[in-house]
Write a protein that binds this ligand. Structure first.
Ligand code: SAM
Length: 179
């Protein structure tokens, strides 16, 4: 298993551990640092995934852009976890600014260690976190225990075309993902 530092850097497409102390500075102007909240909102509306009383869990929530926008749109309760304390601090500030702090809980944690203890969610978001839990199958198996029987997982990530010759530690080929 990668160290948590390596897991963070890898999830942000970095290869050098030395980048870690600078990540928050480098990304200071961005709130959305991964998945697109608008696309996720559209998917949720299209499939009528959430009700007002639903509970959402965002694993590797970054600065909370997805979660906060979902709470604003659907009024649910939300829990976001990220390993980088600076991102969690920012997520709390954005929640306050957007007046949804009472519906959102943000905590620092290593999602590989805490996911086993979480259950009862209607929706789990994995927004551009890459292979933090391993390949897609291991990821879905790990996270399925967090959701209710009729719950959903939204996994948003990039992939390589099958014809790509790139050898990436982060991205899988399209067919591997769909399989
Ligand atoms: C590309 S960002 C995406 C953030 C957010 N999901 C979004 O879409 O805006 C990947 C996030 O995963 C977090 N991360 C990586 N490994 C982690 C781990 N083991 N535990 C918790 N968070 C982790 C990083 O700190 C980073 O914030």
């Amino acid at each position: 298993m990668d160290t948590v530092k390596k897991s963070i850097v890898k999830s942000l497409d970095g290869l050098e551990l030395g980048l870690l102390p600078y990540l928050s500075y480098l990304l200071q102007d961005l709130w959305e640092i991964g998945a697109s909240p608008d696309i996720i909102i559209d998917i949720i509306k299209k499939h009528a995934i959430l009700k007002k009383e639903s509970r959402i869990l965002d694993l590797g929530c970054g600065k909370g852009a997805v979660l906060i926008k979902l709470v604003k749109e659907f009024g649910c309760q939300a829990y976001g976890i990220d390993a980088l304390p600076e991102f969690i601090e920012e997520a709390k500030n954005y929640a306050k600014k957007n007046k949804v702090l009472q519906k959102c809980k943000f905590e620092v944690g290593d999602i590989r260690r805490v996911a086993d203890h979480l259950q009862g969610y209607n929706l789990v978001i994995l927004g551009s976190i890459g292979p933090v839990f391993g390949d897609v199958k291991s990821t879905l198996l790990k996270v399925q225990t967090c959701i209710n029987d009729d719950g959903y997982i939204i996994l948003d990530d990039g992939y390589l075309f099958d014809s790509s010759t790139l050898n990436s530690p982060v991205y899988f080929k399209e067919t591997e993902i769909l399989d």
